[in-house]
Ligand binder design. Structure first.
Ligand code: SF4
Length: 82
């Protein structure tokens, strides 16, 4: 699948010029899931996660977000494609 993820969150480690996401995979979740699960729970284990309803777009988030330039250790197995 040739997929393009467009994103305007420019303080994320994976954001690139042209509003593109350079992560090899991402996990979109409910805000509730994103706030209660640690960083290691991310796209690499998506197939093992239980799906849940969000109710609206305002209740979803990108769980793969990492602050650009931060010392936040990557423990989720996501790689930058470029
Ligand atoms: S990981 Fe998420 S927040 Fe970061 S650039 Fe990709 S889609 Fe945007």
């Amino acid at each position: 699948m040739n997929q393009h993820i467009h994103c305007i969150v420019n303080d994320c480690h994976y954001w690139q010029q042209g509003n593109k996401c350079s992560a090899n995979e991402i996990l979109v979740s409910t805000d509730d899931f994103g706030s209660r699960q640690p960083d290691r729970i991310d796209a690499a284990m998506a197939s093992q996660l239980t799906p849940e309803a969000a109710g609206s777009c305002m209740s979803t988030c990108c769980k793969s977000y990492v602050t650009k330039g931060s010392d936040q250790a990557k423990v989720d197995g996501i790689k930058r494609m470029t």
